[in-house]
Design a protein around this ligand. Structure first.
Ligand code: NDP
Ligand code: GDP
Length: 321
């Protein structure tokens, strides 16, 4: 039986990945931050099947202990301060966790279990002000937020540890991926949650930022399969994971509101509070390498994804889930 250690297991991706690995017969160890109030919404169905370790990406000793005790065959480093907008409010913390935290995890592995395979959750935000479209593994980076800069450090230190110490370390450059478990601040979930509340008469308007930004949005459940596939290859490598389709935030509004029989124009108010100091205008990824080498392709379309999320939020507020 293989063992996987997942950091960020309480988050969107961590919960889908843990479910996938348990189904494959893995023993799953999870690193969890101590919190005063339990945060187990995403993992409540499987929390008794996980071996828990208390720790924090900024605390090397806790990571070393988790690696030493769980003796993982595979480590998936999904933990991060993951919200771009907050990275301007907490730039130092974002650098310490999302950037240097990756180094802590790599050091824990190098010192304690150097044969463990390592996956780093890198991000299309590293492309930022894109220099070519579509973006591939060879596109130069130009991050536009403290988050993007921190992720770039995580990406390069992963490659550096692979080249310096021969670790089996992969960096997955994942484009935006969403689900009913997406954090409420992110634009897709903010919109689907808002649509449900408006439909059920709990709210009248939805305040939004830049409607022109374009994102390549996929389904998180599809994307965690790519993470696993990367660690099953003979050689460690870096891969772009994306759908190859991009949509504006305005299109997202149109699709989400129409799922509930509403017209977004009657409910959306633009609010500069949600504008960012620097924007990423367009993301569109090419996952050709992942298709060829991993045999990975996304299964859920943009429209199916948004409908799934609107329905889940409607069920949540109408008390049927
Ligand atoms: P989430 O924000 O849903 O989950 C983040 C996880 O990290 C949570 O479990 C959180 O724990 C944990 N965490 C945060 N800070 C720390 C810390 N200091 N020490 C230990 N754990 C911590 O993110 P996603 O699941 O959406 O994303 C997973 C990873 O993939 C992240 O690294 C993200 O940046 C990256 N990524 C995500 C993309 C996306 O579109 N979803 C795209 C590209 C990359 P807690 O529950 O305690 O808050
Ligand atoms: P990001 O790509 O990781 O920053 O993911 P988000 O879901 O947070 O944002 C995606 C895009 O939606 C960005 O270009 C935001 O500027 C844009 N956007 C427009 N209005 C909002 C809003 O109200 N909230 C968020 N989170 N994003 C918004």
């Amino acid at each position: 039986m293989k063992t996987a250690l997942i950091t960020g297991v309480t988050g969107q991706d961590g919960s889908y990945l843990a479910e996938l690995l348990l189904k494959k017969g893995y023993k799953v160890a999870g690193l969890k931050r101590r919190t005063s109030t339990e945060n187990d919404t995403n993992i409540k169905r499987i929390k008794n099947e996980i071996e828990w370790f208390s720790g924090d990406l900024s605390d090397l000793a806790s990571l070393t202990e988790a690696v030493k005790t769980s003796k993982p065959d595979e480590v998936y480093n999904l933990a991060a301060q993951s919200f771009v907008a907050d990275s301007w409010e907490q730039p130092v913390f974002t650098g310490q966790v999302t950037g240097l935290g990756v180094l802590n995890m790599l050091e824990a592995i190098r010192q304690t279990k150097p044969d463990a395979k390592f996956y780093q959750a890198s991000s299309s935000e590293m492309f930022g002000k894109v220099v070519e479209t579509p973006q591939t593994e060879n596109t130069p980076f130009y991050p536009r937020s403290p988050y993007g800069v921190a992720k770039l450090y995580g990406h390069w230190i992963t490659i550096n540890y692979r080249e310096s110490f021969d670790l089996f370390a992969c960096s997955g450059i994942l484009f935006n991926h969403e689900s009913p478990r997406r954090g409420i601040q992110f634009v897709t979930r903010k919109v689907t949650d808002g649509v449900a509340r408006i439909k059920l008469g709990m709210q009248k308007e939805l305040r939004m930022g830049n409607l022109d930004a374009k994102r390549d949005w996929g389904f998180a459940g599809d994307y965690v399969k790519a993470m696993w596939l990367m660690l099953q290859q003979d050689q460690p490598d870096d891969y772009v994971i994306a759908t190859g389709q991009t949509h504006t935030v305005e299109k997202l509004l149109e699709v989400a509101f129409s799922c509930a029989g509403l017209n977004w124009k009657n409910h959306v108010v633009q609010d500069k509070t949600f504008m960012r100091p620097a924007e990423v205008d367009l993301l569109l990824g090419s996952a050709q390498k992942a298709k060829k080498k991993l045999g990975w392709t996304p299964e859920v379309s943009f429209e199916q994804l948004i409908e799934m999320m609107v329905e889940a939020d409607l069920r949540k507020y109408s008390g049927t889930s």
